[in-house]
Design a protein around this ligand. Structure first.
Ligand code: BDR
Ligand code: CA
Length: 321
C-alpha cells in the first residue's frame, strides 16, 4: 500500500484524480491539500470536499493552503473548469469542513506520521509544496518521491512553452524542482494522452455509485470542452488529465521516463514558467561545466494510454484491479 498526499486546485481533472486515488486498493490517501490555481482556494476546498463526499471518503482530511502564488499574480482557469471550478454541475454543498490547520501543517503532520515514506502528488501550482519544503525541510526524509503534474519537455498550454501549473507559480516550481527529492514530471508530453471515449463515459454516468457517476459527468464536460482538440487521441473523448499522474503512482510501469536535467525559466513573457529540459545530457550524471545546475529528474515522455485508460475506468467503477 502506497501512502500518498494529493495537492490540488480542484478543478475538473483534479476531481478525477481524487476519485481514482480513493478507489485504488494500492493507494492510501492520507490527506488532500488545497491551493489556488484553477480557481480561488476557497472554491478549491469546497470542490474537494464535495468530491470526497461523493466518493464516500469522509475520513480523508482536507486543508486550505496558499491563496496566491509566492510572487506572481494569480490567474484562474475558470474558462476551462467552469465558474465554480467543477464544471458548473450544481453539485451539493459539502457537509464537512476542512481541518483548521494550514495545508502546509497538514502535509507536515501526515508525512512525519506515516510509517512508510509518502509519495507527494502535486496536481496544481506548487506554492504549498515550496512552502512546505522551505518551512520543514525535514519532511524530505520521509518522502519517497514527488510525482507532479506540470511542465512540458516540448510545447506549453498557458503560453507557447509554459504549462499552466508551473507558469502560475514558477518560483515555487523552481524551489521544488531544485529540492533534490526524487521526482517524476508528468507533464504535457503525456497529459492529454489518456482519455476515455464516449461509450466509457456513458458507462460511468449510468453507474449507480455516486463517485463513478460524478467521474462520468466530469469527463463528459471535459469531452465537450475539448471538442476538436487534436491533442486528445480519441475523437470526442475526455482526457483524464491530472488523474494520469495518480495512475503513474499506482502503476509506474505504464510510463516511459528519461532522467534529464530540468530547470524552470523565471524570465520573459513567453518563456517564464517553461520547464527547460536538457535532452543533450541524458548520459551524464552531472551537467558538464558551463551547462548550469539543473537537477536531474524523471521526465515522462510516453505513456501506455490503453493501460491507464483501463486502470482508471476499472478503478473508478469499483472493478478489482
Ligand atoms: C493543469 O492545469 C490545470 O488546469 C489542470 O487541472 C492541470 O493540473 C494542466 O496544465
Ligand atoms: Ca490541477
Amino acid at each position: 500500500m502506497k501512502n500518498i498526499i494529493l495537492d490540488v486546485d480542484t478543478g475538473v481533472d483534479d476531481a478525477l484524480a481524487i476519485l481514482f486515488a480513493v478507489r485504488h486498493p494500492g493507494l492510501r490517501l492520507r490527506a488532500v491539500s488545497c491551493v489556488a490555481g484553477n480557481t480561488h482556494v476557497d472554491a478549491v476546498v469546497r470542490n474537494t470536499l464535495t468530491v470526497l463526499e461523493a466518493a464516500g471518503a469522509d475520513d480523508v482530511p482536507v486543508a486550505r493552503g496558499a491563496e496566491r502564488p509566492l510572487l506572481a499574480e494569480p490567474h484562474d482557469a475558470t474558462h476551462v473548469h467552469g465558474q465554480d471550478g467543477l464544471a458548473d454541475l450544481d453539485l451539493p454543498t459539502p457537509i464537512r469542513q476542512p481541518v483548521d490547520i494550514h495545508a502546509v501543517e497538514l502535509m507536515r503532520r501526515e508525512i512525519l506520521a506515516s510509517p512508510d515514506p509518502v509519495t507527494l502528488v502535486p496536481l496544481a501550482p506548487m506554492t504549498n509544496i515550496a512552502l512546505l519544503l522551505r518551512a520543514y525541510p525535514e519532511v524530505a526524509g520521509n518522502l519517497e518521491r514527488i510525482v507532479f503534474m506540470g511542465g512540458s519537455a516540448a510545447v506549453g498550454n498557458a503560453t507557447a512553452v509554459a504549462e499552466f501549473n508551473v507558469w502560475h507559480d514558477p518560483e515555487a516550481a523552481a524551489i521544488v524542482l531544485g529540492s533534490g527529492v526524487p521526482m517524476t514530471m508528468y507533464g504535457l508530453d503525456v497529459f492529454y494522452e489518456v482519455a476515455l471515449g464516449s461509450e466509457d463515459i456513458d458507462k460511468l454516468i449510468l453507474h449507480t455509485d455516486s463517485g463513478a457517476n460524478l467521474a462520468g459527468r466530469l469527463l463528459r464536460h471535459r469531452a465537450m470542452a475539448s471538442g476538436g482538440d487534436t491533442r486528445i487521441p480519441i475523437p470526442g473523448g475526455g482526457s483524464i488529465g491530472d488523474a494520469g499522474a495518480v495512475c503513474a503512482v499506482a502503476d509506474p510501469a505504464g510510463l516511459t521516463t528519461r532522467t534529464l536535467p530540468v530547470e524552470v525559466c523565471l524570465v520573459g513573457e513567453q518563456t517564464r514558467g517553461q520547464t527547460v529540459v536538457d535532452h543533450r545530457t541524458s548520459t551524464h550524471d552531472t551537467p558538464p561545466p558551463g551547462r548550469g545546475t539543473a537537477r536531474r529528474i524523471d521526465v515522462a515522455l510516453g505513456v501506455d494510454r490503453e493501460r491507464y485508460q483501463r486502470l482508471f475506468l476499472d478503478t473508478v467503477s469499483g472493478v478489482t484491479v
